[in-house]
Design a protein around this ligand. Structure first.
Ligand SMILES: Nc1nc2c(ncn2[C@@H]2O[C@H](COP(=O)(O)OP(=O)(O)O)[C@@H](O)[C@H]2O)c(=O)[nH]1
Ligand SMILES: [Mg+2]
Length: 201
């Protein structure tokens, strides 16, 4: 799929104030600093579209980007940034959960996982919560340029094996590097196939 237009539309902390359109939405979530905003920029080919930062925990907002005038990419606040303090973390949790549970337009949630690390308890707990709530999701392993191919392969295998302990069927997964533009076509093709099923374009 070609991206012909990508526009920032609105930032929110309240799901009720998200765009009132019925376009399908593809949302990106994961721990702070995992590479959500960089991935959105890489997918759209617009460097400054989503705000990226080397300091974790900057985005506390739900950000909507309209793509090809027909569907949205959504940058969600990152979870699990301990330095932020309990109260703020609770607030972010509420924002994330209300978007995921109540936003009917949300078609698929892309959960970003740092490909350099062994499975993290906070991500596994989040995946379990997604399962309990029947949320359609796919996994995106990020920062693949930062590990050797061997380590990358092993880490992903370990992750999938961990998921198999809980899941009969594994979710779709993608291996990406925003730095190397890796995984771009795969994710965009996946989104396109869902849009087609929804009879969009
Ligand atoms: N090498 C490398 N760095 C990345 C990649 N994706 C993100 N980063 C860096 O990781 C940091 C956090 O990225 P950001 O997109 O702001 O993460 P977010 O908090 O999940 O939105 C930034 O310094 C990015 O430059 C990647 O694929 N490769
Ligand atoms: Mg971000």
């Amino acid at each position: 799929m070609e991206i012909t237009s990508a526009e920032f539309v609105i930032s929110n902390t309240d799901v009720r104030k998200c765009p009132p359109t019925t376009c399908p939405e593809y949302a990106f979530i994961g721990r702070s600093n995992v590479g959500k905003s960089s991935l959105i920029n890489m997918l759209t080919g617009r460097k400054g579209l989503a705000m990226t930062s080397a300091t974790p925990g900057k985005t506390l907002l739900i950000n909507h980007f309209l793509i090809n005038k027909s569907w949205y990419l959504v940058d969600l606040p990152g979870y699990g940034y301990a330095q932020r303090g309990k109260k703020v973390q609770e607030q972010i949790k509420r924002i994330i959960e209300s978007y995921i549970l109540h936003r009917e337009q949300m078609t698929c949630l892309f959960l970003l996982i740092d490909s350099r690390l062994p499975p993290q308890a906070i991500d596994l707990a989040f995946i379990e919560w997604l399962g309990e709530n029947w949320i359609p999701f796919a996994i995106v392993f990020t920062k693949a340029d930062k590990v050797s191919n061997e380590k990358l392969g092993n880490n992903i295998k370990t992750y999938l094996n961990k998921l198999k302990e809980q899941w009969e069927e594994l979710p779709p997964y993608f291996i990406t590097s925003s730095e190397k533009r890796m995984g771009r076509k795969e994710i965009l093709d996946y989104i396109e196939s869902i849009n087609k099923e929804l009879n969009l374009q």
